[in-house]
Write a protein that binds this ligand. Structure first.
Ligand SMILES: *Cc1c(COP(=O)(O)O)cnc(C)c1O
Length: 429
């Protein structure tokens, strides 16, 4: 066996090779990982980590869940890809299951893509087709482009359409001009939304009608910032009044993450509101790249016709089998309830840590964050990583928790125990 002391770690060797061949869009990876099991990961040097990030809210079942491995292996041995000239059983079953779990009405339809951004691209294209049916919009004579309203601090992905609806100027501005007629309103501010709707009008100065409002129930990338129930209800009402679609981006919040199948089903909306469309991805296939869009009802769904949209891999049977296995395990192992209970344990535990660094806790289910007394989130995450805990510096002053939905009471206690010891005077990032 080679002497690691003299050779340097496997990790640093691989990191050098990583930098040689990868575009530097992600910065330097924190570790080079080798394998995982349950909520634990091991790096190439054999160090073990308790994972409270879950591949960014993706690994709902943790790593190497036997049911998931079996389903993916069996499907791989059967048929992995056929293109959309053909259909497969897993894809059909997954689409019906998602419509059922979303409580979407009869006539609702699914479009599969391969990521969250692609789900949102599909939603934006659908909203554009819908916008063209509104009076005063293109292609009427003298019509104006129908608009899409997105939220400040919202995140919808990196492709050009999804990026056009993504707030963070640092990642959006360098690529402007982007898709026109997508505007931002202040998240959580009903007047701001109302004002944007009121700008619709005839004549030279009025804008085109609003085709859609797109929002997340909890703004994950912004630092796990929930939208209030009054705001969500007001947005639903305004959309109804102006014939605009309400599109909920469930990419991060969906698939059990917040303790409900989808976050719009949350209790403080008295059982939920009905969106016109939702997008999903991250957790849906437990680690296999998959995402998509559910359009609620026949009328909206039928705006997509052959040629409107597509993707070679869309609805790929391997991904669909992974998705079916993921949803089944979430059901069989009561993981919605686990997300609810472990989430509460985590938030209450964080709130009662006797550490002046942790000043406030927020989130729902297993999408949570703790606010820090000063902007040292990266230093805290690095400190925790050294001690075998993966947490995410989602903002300079906030740590995000999005662990696998299978985590146990003991895992949460272990996480809290490590965080209890974080020095409060770590340097700012
Ligand atoms: C992650 C995320 C996306 C983008 O998903 P990708 O799979 O990275 O393209 C879109 N919306 C939300 C809310 C997300 O959290």
């Amino acid at each position: 066996m080679a002497d690691l002391e003299t050779l340097g770690s496997n990790d640093s060797k691989w990191l050098g090779a990583y930098r040689d061949v990868h575009m530097n869009v992600f910065g330097t990876p924190l570790r080079v990982m080798d394998h995982g099991e349950g909520a634990h990961l091991w790096d190439v040097d054999g160090n073990e980590y308790l994972d409270f990030l879950g591949g960014i809210a993706v690994n709902a079942l943790g790593y190497a869940h036997p049911a998931w491995v079996k389903a993916v292996s069996e499907q791989a041995a059967k048929v992995a890809h056929v293109s959309n000239y053909f259909a497969t059983e897993p894809q059909i079953e997954l689409a019906s299951k998602l419509v059922e779990l979303a409580g979407a009405p009869k006539g609702s339809h699914v479009y599969f893509g391969n990521s969250g951004a692609e789900g949102n691209e599909a939603a934006i294209k659908l909203a554009k087709l819908y916008g063209r049916t509104l009076p005063g919009a293109l292609p009427d004579i003298g019509g104006k482009p129908a608009r899409i309203l997105a939220m400040t601090h919202g995140f919808h992905g990196r492709t050009l359409g999804a990026l056009s609806a993504t707030w963070k100027p640092a990642i959006r501005k360098p690529f402007e001009p982007l898709v026109p007629a997508i505007e931002f309103v202040e998240a959580g501010n009903v007047e701001s939304l109302q004002r944007a709707f009121n700008e619709t009008g005839l004549g030279r100065y009025g804008k085109g009608p609003v085709a859609a409002v797109i929002m997340e129930m909890i703004q994950g990338e912004a630092g796990v910032v929930p939208l209030g129930s009054d705001y969500v209800k007001a947005a639903r009402n305004l959309c109804d009044r102006h014939n605009a679609l309400l599109i909920i981006d469930e990419v991060q919040c969906g698939i059990g993450r917040t303790g409900k199948w989808f976050s719009f089903q949350r209790d403080d909306l008295s059982g939920g509101i009905t969106p016109d469309a939702i997008t999903f991805a991250k957790g849906v296939a437990g680690g296999f790249p998959m995402g998509g869009l559910i359009a609620f009802g026949e009328k909206l769904s039928s705006l997509f016709t052959p040629g409107s949209h597509g993707s070679t891999f869309a609805g790929n049977p391997l991904g669909a089998a992974a998705g079916l296995a993921t949803l089944k395990v979430i059901e069989d192992e009561n993981l919605l309830e686990n997300a609810e209970q472990r989430g509460r344990q985590l938030r209450e535990g964080l709130a009662s840590l006797d550490n002046p660094l942790f000043v406030a806790v927020r989130g729902r289910g297993l999408l949570d964050a703790v606010q820090l007394a000063h902007p040292c989130a990266h230093a805290v995450a690095d400190w925790a990583l050294q001690r075998g805990l993966i947490v995410n510096a989602v903002a300079p002053n906030a740590l995000r928790f999005a662990p696998p939905l299978i985590i146990t009471e003991n895992d949460v206690n272990q996480c809290l125990e490590i965080l209890a010891g974080v020095p409060a005077d770590l340097p700012d990032d």
